[in-house]
Ligand binder design. Structure first.
Ligand code: AMP
Length: 397
């Protein structure tokens, strides 16, 4: 007897009564985070933050995250970073032309006029890069996707097409449903949980982008009433500035040029990023030149950089962020002193000295109690988990 049609009777409670499984995702330009119920999910092997990088190897295999990022100078055309900059972007758009000026990829006009990457694995669209990153992170964090409802964050400046593309990257990773929330709203939500003040300013300085927003938090839904940013300003610029500084010093002191070979210079940039992060904790950090460039003569040894030097090197970059803050406040018709809270997001807000500048600009201390690299994902997880804030979600996705 064929019994394949007989299924055990499963009593299903309606979705509204059953507890929905939810996650929040911050698919960032530089890093990606997944969080559940206000906790970021740790990866096997440690850490909650995965670089948004995918490398296509000659063997046909793919690398994701940190291992992929390490290949960026060695195999630039097949190591895709910052794909978010062109997710949902038309070939004929300023996003694509700016991206092509900054990155070495083979970018082409794909079917229907989208910008796509040409890699050794064939044509890959930015949405696919996003799905690969999200699926990889879910695997590493043991985050189930089946029957799980996701909220993903998107910059305020994303139009509907770009929001939809971001949502598609998540739904391709097989989540049950996907909604979109704006990044500064996720940050404000993470800090406030519920409405308790009128105006908050979100200062978000990440790896590759600076975003500033005034959020009206007086009632649900929270609303962004002024926003702006610089899509090519962030921690990557700091790393390159330090690297140029170290390369100049090595050239002047030891007559050795670390800037002639792209792979060596990229290793120097990665070493400078580590030194930069160390300077949040210590007054001084050391860069061992022979470990950056094994061909360098013994005499190159170690070059140190101090916290004060880092502050000098980043002064101009920091000043540029406040020009944007002026514009954003003017757009909202408000003054710095009208902001009742300043919320920081983005790893680069840990730059030494930056908090003091923010405090003197706004006349109040910024909130730093949540990890700035995780706060956006944490806020998204709240929006996903709490039906009461569901109305915050952008209905476009
Ligand atoms: P995000 O885009 O928020 O993931 O932030 C990534 C950026 O934050 C990268 O440029 C990191 O180098 C930078 N970052 C992380 N930790 C620190 C730190 N302690 N000091 C300065 N920059 C940092």
């Amino acid at each position: 007897m064929d019994v394949s049609h007989i299924r055990p009777h499963i009593h299903r409670r309606p979705m509204s009564i059953r507890k929905r499984k939810t996650v929040g995702i911050d698919l960032g330009t530089t890093n990606t985070v997944v969080a559940r119920n206000f906790e970021t999910l740790p990866m096997e092997g440690g850490g909650c933050v995965m670089p948004s990088a995918v490398a296509f190897l000659p063997s046909g295999a793919k690398l994701i995250g940190k291992a992929a990022r390490r290949r960026r100078a060695m195999d630039p055309r097949n190591t895709i970073l910052s794909a978010k900059r062109v997710i949902g972007a038309r070939w004929r758009s300023s996003y694509t032309s700016q991206f092509r000026e900054h990155y070495p990829y083979d970018l082409l006009e794909g079917p229907d006029g989208w910008a796509v990457f040409k890699t050794r694995a064939g044509i890959v669209c930015p949405v696919e890069v996003g799905s690969t990153i999200i699926a990889g992170l879910c695997e590493r964090t043991n985050c189930p996707v089946q029957d799980v409802h996701a909220v993903v964050t998107a910059p305020v400046g994303f139009d509907n097409r770009r929001r939809e593309a971001t949502a598609l990257a998540v739904s391709n990773a097989k989540f049950a449903s996907v909604r979109v929330i704006e990044e500064p709203i996720a940050t404000a939500l993470a800090y406030l949980h519920r409405s308790s003040l009128k105006y908050a300013f979100v200062y978000d300085l990440g790896g590759g982008t600076f975003d500033a927003a005034v959020v009206d938090c007086s009632s649900y839904p929270f609303r962004v009433i002024g926003h702006g940013g610089d899509p090519y300003l962030g921690g990557d610029d700091v790393d390159r500035t330090i690297a140029l500084h170290i390369a100049n010093r090595t050239l002047a002191r030891d007559g050795w040029d670390l800037g002639t070979d792209a792979v060596t210079f990229d290793r120097l940039v990665l070493a400078c990023e580590l030194a930069k992060c160390e300077l949040s904790e210590s007054e001084q950090a050391a860069i061992a030149i022979p470990s950056v460039d094994p061909a360098a003569p013994e005499s190159c040894g170690i070059i140190s950089i101090t916290r004060e030097q880092l502050q000098q090197l980043t002064l101009d970059l920091v000043r540029r962020t406040f020009v944007t803050c002026d514009e954003v406040l003017a757009q909202a018709g408000l003054k710095a002193r009208d902001m009742e809270a300043i919320f920081l997001a983005g790893g680069s807000t840990r730059l030494p000295g930056l908090n003091a500048y923010i405090e003197s600009y706004f006349g109040k201390r910024p909130r730093t109690d949540l990890n700035p690299m995780q706060v956006v994902g944490l806020g998204a997880s709240l929006a996903a988990a709490r039906p009461a804030v569901a109305e915050l979600l952008d209905p476009c996705a």
